[in-house]
Design a protein around this ligand. Structure first.
Ligand SMILES: Cc1ncc(COP(=O)(O)O)c(C=O)c1O
Length: 374
């Protein structure tokens, strides 16, 4: 075993490197908010919302407190609640399903495509009942789901289409940025996301003015005017400090996504022919923003251990499929219910990837994977 103390650690994500590149601008933005005491909604939130809507090529972006809330508020704005079913995938972050339950609806899982690990339209179709109101595909790891087939399914069965775009800021499907392909899209600005705040944050993006107005009310206690509450809502406003930080970081998002893409191409080149390694399958119709670079290997846990010994940090997104989470045991879905998602949970491995990585670091990681995979 090598002496890891002498080898510089390669992190899965390095937020410090990103901070160093923008620190003066970030502090200046934060200082403005604090000196003006402009903490709740107001111009910094509006500025960011306008910028993020432009980025998504959408009419409206509404800042909310988190990606989880973006989903809850979108569902409520669409009138989805008790008695309704929403179909999503089991291989996602827990909040995707949790948000459906918190909105009062029933979460229904459909297995994913074995190549892309995104929602499989054929599986989704099988889960449609008379109570189904919406599909909630996830653009997993920054790669858009098969939206044309899902849109067609929604058209045929009169369903709404909600995009969980928490990992996919700027990703494209047939040249269109995610955000306006479905009726509404939900973004997270969790710090490690491609566009990450310095705390929690999220946004709902849509071209539909009625949905935008409703989400704006819901995030602010159901009011449009001070002291007049038309409906019961939430305290789910995007914090102005976070909005000011996000406006700075938004300027660098396209460049960061491009860097991620280049790093992913380099990983592909170095790993796609390695026996025992399955690299991401990206259809020609999509442009991934590689929130994560995820390989699949049979003996995943052993490889992960070996990489850690070489001071290379990795991640697992996600180790437990949602239908097997204790919190969702009430759904009564046992092992074997979703074989593709279950297989993915035991084989996926996220390799280090962030814009500031060097080509040499990518090569170090790829070499170590090659050396240890078999
Ligand atoms: C796919 C997906 N959906 C939803 C969320 C929830 O976002 P947040 O953590 O901002 O609430 C996340 C982030 O964790 C996510 O990755």
């Amino acid at each position: 075993m090598k002496d890891t103390a002498t080898v510089e650690k390669i992190k899965l994500v390095d937020l410090e490197a990103q901070y160093q590149a923008t620190r003066e601008e970030i502090w200046s933005a934060m200082r403005n908010v604090v000196e003006e005491s402009a903490f709740i909604l107001g111009k910094y939130v509006e500025e960011f919302e306008a910028g993020f809507a432009r980025f998504c090529k959408a009419r409206f972006a509404i800042g909310v407190a988190s990606g989880t809330d973006a989903i809850i508020l979108s569902l409520r704005a669409l009138g989805i609640g008790p008695g309704d079913e929403v179909i999503t995938v089991p291989n996602t972050a827990f909040p995707t399903a949790e948000a459906v339950s918190l909105a009062g609806a029933k979460v229904v899982f459909a297995d994913v495509d074995p190549e892309t690990l995104n929602m499989d339209p054929r599986e989704a179709k099988k889960k449609i009942t008379k109570n189904t109101k919406a599909l909630l595909p996830v653009h997993l790891y920054g790669q858009p789901a098969e939206m044309e087939a899902l849109k067609e399914l929604c058209r045929t069965h009169n369903l709404l289409l909600i995009e969980d775009a928490a990992q996919a800021h700027g990703a494209e499907y047939r040249g269109q940025r995610v955000g306006t392909i479905g009726n509404v899209s939900c973004f997270s600005f969790y710090p490690s996301k491609n566009l990450g705040a310095y705390g929690d944050g999220g946004a709902v993006v849509t071209n539909d003015e009625r949905i935008a107005d409703k989400v704006r009310m819901l995030r602010d206690h159901g009011r449009q005017e001070k002291y007049c509450h038309e409906i019961e809502g939430y305290n789910s406003r995007l914090d102005a400090l976070q909005a000011a930080i996000l406006s700075v970081k938004l300027k660098y998002l396209d460049k960061g996504n491009e860097k991620r893409w280049q790093h992913a191409q380099h990983y592909d080149k170095l790993l796609s022919h390695v026996k025992g390694v399955i690299t991401p399958k990206v259809p020609d119709t999509v442009k991934s923003v590689y929130h994560l670079y995820v390989i699949r290997v049979k003996d995943r846990d052993l490889l992960r251990k070996k990489l850690m010994e070489e001071n290379i940090e990795t991640g697992i997104h996600y180790p437990i499929p949602l239908h097997l989470q204790p919190a969702l045991a009430y759904l009564g879905l046992g092992k074997g219910s979703f074989p593709v998602a279950e297989e993915a949970a035991s084989t996926v491995l996220s390799l280090p990837l962030y814009p500031e990585m060097t080509k040499e670091q990518i090569e170090t990681v790829a070499d170590a994977v090659k050396q240890h995979v078999n």
